[in-house]
Design a protein around this ligand. Structure first.
Ligand code: F6R
Length: 608
């Protein structure tokens, strides 16, 4: 949620801020702003409701008016996903006081009390944001102490909630200060200066050396030096880690959108993730531990991947698995102890509800296993164990290759557990894994090869107010993910239903021309699903059938067909989801939607 970039060094700061912010726009994009120290004019702040491109225009206008180029070497920038206060110029970050400019990711929970107290001390508030309270509080303590570190330390003692702050003190024109709690922030060291950022893509073009700031650490960033201060006084120069992503991986490589590029990367993501999980010690972990319960906790698409994990583990290993929506986990007061396992699935590893669930599971003594895509993320670091999905950076807000990678891990866990329980022989387990590594990626490629046909089909949805996805068994779980993908990027209302459940109420919504996407990948369930398809078809539904051998499907049951390659039925989610993602993608494109940055959403949901 929201993106932060800061740079101080020998180069001009504006290109660095714009470039960093543009690569972070997937984290939030309803407003943007920058604050920087211009060598002639002093501290300047440009911010506005809208995209980063509009701040570029603002800066160009400023230069035109002044009849000169901005000359600045130190600054901070922010791209916002509004939480407190609607997207507006005034609510945009940075928030600037007389002495301090500040950008913030996260939520300050006690902002109302802080505002009240600061108002009593004479501060005037210009915005509706929680962030302005932090800027004023730090300003207040800076005026008392004249020392940035002491001011930040005093302020964070009073602030409750989550934050990553990038701060400029106006009388220290080449310094950036940073601190974080429950919201990620990295420091990075480059040849021509140093950086702060909320995420790696922002600095990837400039350096591959970074340090993940720990909770409560305060950093001072000068052109030549980064110093980190721990509570209690000790300070040190961080030891940097090397970023292993390539710049190309974080760029579109000729695709019109990240989403399309990321769907094309699914075969590779599945292969790489399979190697990652097979080379982990997961088998030994399960062999050494007998669990009373296995629980999977996640949000959104990651939770849908968890549902596949439950289905397959129960099917192959005959072990019951619970799946929880992370934001509901704590309210269910889960019964957990030292003989229980909680698996957290998260692409970003920074989803606030998933982190809260992880902490609750640990508090109750459960074993925790993270399935994450970002090494060094909060979930990755705090869980007892980690399996890394190797999807690579996922930039488009709609998750695609991360889902394929997450279900890859789910399949391996289910196969390994089944083998350990003697429900699969080593030969059978190996055959399944072999198929996952070779046939599945090839089958996904085949589906992607049908993208032109799927693009033409997408035209069928353009004017529809509502779409239904139906299926049985695994297809019912896939329907939920297909429906989520469609609604989040096309803004068409859609619902996923167990095919047999429609007639218990929802079928009343089927009228002439209502699109129903029927998933029928399991031969054993085909006849029954077919009956349900006929039920909606006779009520006027326009049916799009997604199944293997679609060419042989009775033409009277469907209006359109998407054929899936022949594959072990258990692996159908890999191919069917690629088809549904492409359908959602092309529908969004045809409707003129901002595919990679759908409205009201952000890539990483770091607020509860
Ligand atoms: C949907 C989507 C979201 C995420 C969810 C969890 O396309 O991307 O539903 O899956 O916000 O995010 P992570 O996996 O980062 O915890």
């Amino acid at each position: 949620m929201c993106g932060i970039i800061g740079y101080t060094g020998g180069s001009q700061v504006l290109p660095k801020l714009f470039c960093g912010l543009e690569s972070l726009e997937y984290r939030g994009y309803d407003s943007a702003g920058i604050a920087f120290y211009d060598t002639k004019a002093g501290m300047l702040c440009l911010k506005e409701k809208g995209r980063v491109s509009e701040i570029r225009t603002l800066a160009a206008g400023y230069e035109r008016d002044m009849g000169r180029k901005i000359d600045a070497h130190c600054g901070i920038g922010h791209t916002r996903w509004a939480t407190h206060g609607k997207p507006s110029d005034l609510n945009s970050h940075p928030h600037c006081t007389s002495d301090v400019s500040l950008v913030h990711n996260g939520i300050i929970e006690n902002y109302a009390a802080l505002r009240e107290e600061l108002s009593r001390r004479g501060y005037r508030f210009l915005s509706e944001t929680d962030t302005e309270a932090a800027a004023n509080l730090i300003d207040y303590y800076y005026k008392q102490t004249e020392d940035p570190i002491s001011a930040i330390r005093a302020a964070i003692r009073e602030i409750r909630g989550s934050y990553a702050f990038g701060i400029l003190f106006h009388d220290r024109p080449s310094m950036i200060y940073a601190v974080r709690k429950d919201s990620p922030l990295i420091l990075a060291s480059g040849e021509d200066g140093n950086y702060i950022a909320s995420d790696i893509p922002a600095i990837l073009k400039y350096t591959d050396q970074y340090y993940r700031l720990e909770e409560g650490e305060i950093a001072t960033v000068s052109p030549a030096l980064i110093t980190v201060y721990r509570d209690g006084g000790a300070s040190f120069t961080p030891e940097y880690e090397k970023i292993t992503w390539s710049v190309d991986a974080a760029e579109k490589e000729g695709f019109p959108h990240f989403m399309l590029k990321e769907i094309h990367e699914e075969p590779r993501a599945v292969r790489d993730t399979l190697s990652s999980v097979l080379s982990s010690d997961i088998e030994a972990f399960f062999a050494e531990n007998e669990f009373d319960t296995i629980n999977i906790v996640a949000c959104g698409t990651a939770m849908h991947a968890g549902l596949i994990g439950k289905f397959m583990t129960e099917k192959l290993a005959r072990i019951p698995v619970n799946v929880y929506i992370a934001s509901e986990f704590r309210y269910q007061d889960p019964i957990l102890g030292s003989r229980d396992l909680v698996i957290l699935i998260s692409q970003s590893g920074e989803t606030a509800d998933t982190i809260a669930a992880l902490r609750l599971a640990k508090e109750r003594g459960a074993h925790t296993l993270a399935v994450v895509n970002v090494i060094g993320s909060t979930v990755a670091r705090e869980a007892d164990r980690m399996i890394l999905t190797l999807a690579g950076p996922e930039i488009s807000v709609a998750s695609t290759k991360a889902y394929s990678s997450q279900i890859t891990v789910m399949y391996v866990i289910s196969i390994k557990l089944a083998e350990l329980r003697g429900r699969l022989s080593p030969g059978e387990a190996n055959a399944l894994l072999e198929e996952l590594g070779s046939k599945v990626p090839a089958a996904i490629e085949e589906v992607i090869g049908q993208k032109e046909k799927i693009r033409l089909l997408a035209g069928e949805f353009l004017q529809c107010p509502s779409v239904f996805f139906i299926g049985r068994g695994l297809d019912c779980l896939l329907a939920s993910e297909g429906s989520l993908k469609l609604k989040e990027i096309t803004y068409i209302h859609s619902e996923a239903y167990a095919a047999g459940e429609m007639k218990h109420g929802t079928i009343s919504l089927i009228t002439d021309g209502t699109p129903v996407i029927a998933l029928a990948t399991d031969k054993k369930l085909f006849e029954k699903t077919l009956s349900n398809i006929k039920e909606v078809k006779t009520r006027g539904a326009k049916v799009i059938l997604v199944c293997p051998d679609a060419d042989h499907a009775d033409p009277s049951v469907c209006d359109f067909r998407i054929g899936l390659p022949a594959l072990n039925e258990s692996y159908a989610p890999f191919t069917a989801i690629a088809a549904l993602q492409l359908l959602a993608y092309y529908t969004a494109v045809l409707r003129g939607c901002d595919v990679d940055r759908p409205r009201n959403l952000a890539k990483s949901v770091t607020v509860e």
